[in-house]
Design a protein around this ligand. Structure first.
Ligand code: GLC
Length: 546
């Protein structure tokens, strides 16, 4: 664990804790569940885990509504167990990245509770965005900003005298109140929270809504309707996204991370379309890495993917940050489902049948090829739990079981993100598929156990074995060589990474021959190490002819 530069080339596995493994049978994943599967993750061959929020929370938004940043939610375990997990992960050679949620707290947080009973203009209210409404009696929201989950981004409170009063800002659910980052106490508190976890051996943080912390102090109208923040934007002087002020915050955070040995690291959740703006987050003295959402959002299309790869490499090398790659996470449809649609681009907040039919076999073939493409690229790769199993989304969650606040906030127009958050299948048990309980918090689709780890370990052709083999080869190669294009056409992407690896991805309808003399290493369509031509929607790794 000595390499301080590990974060430049790591393969990082995202654990959505609620759905990973349930040790006590209450239907919800937990820390003990993660501890029991560390061997699995080490065996798979990833270098680090990122665990989604595990803090004390009313869980209106999967834990992204934090009540206490220094306590573990009792459904997941306790602090002692968290410390055990961190130590055990390290023993398995796995680094641990947590999720910090600085844009908002739960409205159950003591600060917000204090603000509710304090008068307008009080120091308690100054830590959030409490603003008088418009209209003669303040009955209209202060401006036209919208919540990502639907409706106005403002909620009116009842003052202690029982009268309707000020409004507070929530760019997400009304139970997630935006913090006021122009308040010094907010800065101090988050530095202290980071220290609390760094002192316990945590290796880094993913920063939730990293672009959102600073708001325009005058709260001007946006002038148009914007429903979803989890889409790429590039709006100059936007009143609450990607404002210049956020960078001062991250310079402080970077300084703090650098005080540790080895230095701790950050990855920003930044939905920014312009790669130059994105590069500002990872400029010298700022964050280490940022998610590459243009890559995740791309269609299954050679031209689109190769231009994202090019612009990423260019923008990141200019600032000395490693490129990163991600195809799925807990907020978007899984690639197996998305790539099986007629339109393979990511669709914000929408999922399931509302987006039309899916050819799962086609989607899985493409998803397997996409994983080989991603793992052949230089830099950091993220895998979302279940991606190594080729899981599809659950398309038919009954509406009375939907948990995502997007469903209610959109008045039942958008089903939200539950389809990609279904509890993992570990065994062939038809009841609960070995997740840990027969009736998990989100229902699993019929036949889920056929995708299980158990069945895939026994099947050498499985997506699990493909990913494990790819990770093993990736680890054995020199991570340094840059990407060098050999072919960049509408139907084929072919590139080299030094003398040891060439990757060919066929996006077209006809077969592509394997170059003469190249040594086959791995294929997305077959376990055979074969020089056969590469079929449509298939990727191959080769050692180029010397
Ligand atoms: C991030 C999280 C998402 C959450 C939102 C609000 O985008 O990934 O799951 O709903 O922030 O915290």
């Amino acid at each position: 664990m000595a390499d301080a530069q590990w974060w430049r080339t790591a393969a990082i596995y995202q654990i959505y804790i609620r759905s990973f493994a349930d040790s006590d049978g209450d239907g919800i994943g937990d820390i003990a569940g993660i501890r029991s599967r560390l061997g699995y993750l080490a065996q798979l061959g990833v270098d680090a885990i990122w665990i989604t929020p595990w803090y004390a929370s009313p869980n209106n938004d999967g834990g992204y509504d934090v009540r206490d940043y220094r306590a573990i939610d009792p459904t997941y375990g306790d602090l002692r167990e968290a410390e055990l997990l961190i130590g055990e992960a390290h023993q398995h050679g796995l680094r641990v990245i947590l999720d910090v949620v600085p844009n908002h707290t739960s409205t159950d947080h003591p600060w917000f509770q204090a603000a509710l009973v304090a008068p307008p203009g009080s120091p308690e209210r100054a830590r959030y965005h409490f603003v008088d409404g418009r209209g003669s009696g303040g009955e209209l929201p202060p401006n036209d900003w919208r919540s990502t989950f639907g409706g106005s981004a403002w909620q009116r409170v009842t003052e202690v005298d029982g009268e309707p009063g000020q409004w507070y800002l929530h760019l997400f659910d009304p139970s997630q109140a935006d913090l006021n980052w122009s308040h010094p106490e907010v800065h101090r508190e988050f530095l202290d929270i980071l220290r609390f976890w760094f002192d316990r051996g945590v290796d880094g943080f993913r920063i939730d809504v990293a672009t959102g912390l600073v708001k325009h102090p005058g709260y001007p109208d946006l002038g148009y309707r914007e429903e979803d923040l989890l889409v790429l934007t590039n709006v100059p002087d936007h009143p609450h996204r990607d404002r210049d002020g956020v960078h001062a915050i991250y310079r402080d955070w970077r300084r703090l991370a650098g005080e540790y040995d080895p230095p701790r690291i950050f990855v920003a959740e930044a939905w920014v379309a312009d790669s130059e703006r994105l590069a500002r987050y990872v400029a010298p003295g700022q964050l280490h890495t940022t998610f590459n959402f243009p890559f995740l959002q791309s269609a299954w299309d050679a031209g689109e993917l190769s231009s994202v790869i090019e612009s990423t490499l260019h923008a990141m090398s200019r600032v000395g940050a490693p490129p990163t790659w991600v195809l799925s996470n807990h907020d978007v449809e899984r690639t197996v489902t998305r790539y099986g649609r007629a339109d393979t681009r990511k669709q914000p907040g929408r999922s399931g049948h509302e987006l039309g039919p899916v050819d799962i076999e086609l989607g899985r073939r493409r998803a397997r090829a996409a994983i080989l493409l991603m793992l052949a690229l230089p830099g950091v790769a993220y895998l979302y739990q279940g991606e190594e199993l080729g899981l599809p989304d659950h398309m038919d969650i009954p509406v009375d079981r939907i948990q995502d606040p997007i469903w209610t906030r959109s008045g039942g127009r958008r089903r939200g993100r539950d389809g990609c958050r279904v509890p993992l299948p570990w065994t062939l048990d038809p009841k609960g598929a070995g997740f840990g309980s027969a009736d998990p918090w989100l229902p699993q689709p019929h036949g889920w156990e056929t995708h299980s780890v158990q069945s895939q370990l026994d099947d050498p052709t499985s997506t699990y074995h493909l990913v494990a083999r790819a990770l093993r080869i990736r680890r054995s190669l020199d991570p340094a060589p840059e990407l060098e294009w050999v072919v960049r056409s509408d139907s084929v992407l072919r590139f080299r990474r030094g003398p040891a690896l060439e990757c060919i991805v066929n996006f077209g309808a006809t077969e592509v021959p394997v170059p003469a003399g190249a040594v086959p290493l791995l294929r997305s369509d077959t376990i055979d190490v074969t020089p056969d031509p590469i079929g449509p929607d298939t990727a191959a790794w080769l050692r180029p002819r010397g």
